[in-house]
Design a protein around this ligand. Structure first.
Ligand SMILES: [Zn+2]
Length: 47
């Protein structure tokens, strides 16, 4: 499976995170768990 890294900001604690985006079908998997607070960042909150 291919993937790439995007830099995003956690909406809960403001931490800058490096998130791995998996190239799943039919949509890419835009979810990431914040390493600081454990918040699950989803596509609608992606920055
Ligand atoms: Zn956070």
């Amino acid at each position: 499976m291919t993937s790439h890294i995007e830099t995003i900001k956690c909406p809960n604690c403001g931490s800058i995170e490096s998130a791995q985006v998996e190239h799943t079908q039919p949509f890419y998997n835009y979810t990431h768990q914040c390493s600081k607070c454990g918040y699950i960042i989803t596509e609608s909150e992606w920055e």
